[in-house]
Design a protein around this ligand. Structure first.
Ligand SMILES: [Zn+2]
Length: 79
């Protein structure tokens, strides 16, 4: 079984925004502190993020995060 091919198919069927607890995400624009990487700390209607450079916590609506997100840097551990 080639797992990489299966993953590509699964990826296309997923909702647009696929974030998990502990994911490290990169934003299109840097934070006020200059950092671009954020750790996912909370999932729900809003997504909680912690700036990895200055430690600030923010809450973003999924749609808002989708707009700002560049992509995942590192995947969190699946629960
Ligand atoms: Zn910051």
């Amino acid at each position: 079984m080639p797992p990489s091919t299966d993953d590509a198919v699964t990826e296309a069927r997923r909702p647009v925004l696929d974030v998990r607890m502990g994911d490290l995400l990169e934003m299109r624009k840097p934070h006020a502190c200059g950092g671009r990487s954020w750790r996912v700390s909370r999932l729900g209607a809003d997504i909680g993020l912690i700036c990895q450079t200055c430690g600030r916590r923010v809450m973003l609506e999924r749609a808002e995060l989708e707009k700002r997100l560049r992509g995942p840097i590192q995947r969190g551990v699946p629960e």
